[in-house]
Design a protein around this ligand. Structure first.
Ligand code: KMT
Ligand code: NI
Length: 179
């Protein structure tokens, strides 16, 4: 089963709802790749010993990892953090997330600044390129456990939009024109 992704409607209802257009307008893995978004499907049941995950980490230099459980009773400052995650932002480094349990949505802007919603569930590993505008939300199940990977010492700083003056943003926008 490959990743489910679709263009979002603009309704102001609960961010945890799917926000599909009607009729549905799917986004393909190829479209995501053109935005610099890449996906792997792994066996999350064996993440502690998985040679496939090890290989990806070695190949791509993902030396750092930690695990975050996002649910009301385990995440300190839950409401505040969820609010921050859903503010449109970018990072100066790639955002790499591997869903170990539960599910969640990552929304990314396409070339025309339209939101694409990516439905992530157990076993999905995704990389969002440095400089892409994006946001994150739980879905209606209100629970996910995710591995955060990073090249070297992690920098979690999010730059909320507008953040167009960063070199990395300029570089990303240029890379879109060339792809
Ligand atoms: C981010 O920067 O968008 C996040 O860290 C999202 C939450 S981690 C699953
Ligand atoms: Ni982010």
């Amino acid at each position: 089963m490959s990743l489910q992704a679709w263009y979002m409607d603009c309704s102001p209802e609960d961010q945890r709802k799917p926000h599909r257009l009607s009729p549905d307008q799917p986004a393909s893995l190829e479209q995501l790749q053109q935005l610099g978004v890449f996906h792997w499907k792994l066996n999350a049941d064996i993440y502690e010993t998985d040679p496939e995950l090890q290989q990806i980490r070695t190949d791509r230099g993902y030396s750092y990892m930690d695990i975050i459980t996002i649910q009301k009773d385990t995440l300190p400052n839950y409401e505040e953090k969820l609010k921050m995650f859903y503010e449109e932002h970018l990072h100066l480094d790639d955002e790499i997330r591997y869903i170990l349990d539960g599910q969640a949505y990552f929304d990314v802007r396409d070339k025309d600044d339209r939101w694409i919603r990516i439905a992530m569930s157990k076993g999905d590993l995704i990389t969002l390129p440095a400089g892409i505008y994006h946001r994150f939300t739980l879905d209606e199940t209100n629970y996910t456990k995710a591995m955060r990977l990073f090249v070297g010492e992690p920098v979690w700083k999010a730059h909320n939009r507008p953040a167009d003056d960063f070199n990395i943003r300029q570089k990303y926008v240029t890379s879109l024109r060339e792809s």
